[in-house]
Design a protein around this ligand. Structure first.
Ligand SMILES: [Zn+2]
Length: 170
């Protein structure tokens, strides 16, 4: 047995604590733990507290519901079922007021979907506008191109008319 087995640090000791608590023969198999616990007050206190918590957990039993619980619950359920269905606004309000995080999650995803729809719509509008602007630019370019073609044709016409006349004397 070397020194690393006989002297362990607090961290190692604490990683073995669950085994010490759950397995009675674990302490006998690992005497270095007992050595450390005998010399280290912190670890000994920690183990003692853990053992006390475990004993409390073992002693704790869930309280039995009242014998009238089921019948009361059924009466309440029947009353709720017999009620007139509330309006959409009332239901939404009670949902927001009394729902837990679990119930709120679909609402959140619904809101997100709405935001995405609105966002997508805005994006679509933006794309539409971008297309409109781009087509306007294309139109401008076409007009410029047509103008250039017209000027070219006029130049050609002028050149042709020049050709008809006598060549210019330079
Ligand atoms: Zn220790």
């Amino acid at each position: 047995m070397n020194s690393t087995n006989t002297h362990i640090d607090c961290k190692t000791c604490r990683t073995h604590m669950p085994d010490l608590l759950l397995d009675d023969s674990y302490a006998a198999e690992h005497p270095e733990l007992s050595t450390h616990l005998a010399s280290c007050t912190d670890c000994a206190t920690e183990l003692h507290d853990l053992r006390a918590t475990m004993e409390l957990m073992d002693a704790w039993t869930a309280p039995e519901p009242s014998p009238y619980f089921d019948s009361k619950m059924h009466v309440l359920l029947r009353e709720e079922q017999a009620k007139q269905p509330e309006g959409l606004w009332e239901r939404a309000k009670s949902f927001l007021l009394y729902s837990t995080g679990r119930g709120l999650r679909p609402a959140m995803s619904g809101a997100l979907a709405c935001a995405m729809l609105i966002g997508g719509g805005t994006f679509g509008l933006y794309v539409h506008q971008a297309q409109a602007t781009s087509s306007a630019t294309v139109n401008d370019l076409r007009i410029l191109d047509n103008n250039a073609q017209a000027l070219q044709q006029m130049d050609q016409l002028l050149d042709d008319s020049d050709d008809d006349g006598p060549p210019p004397v330079s």
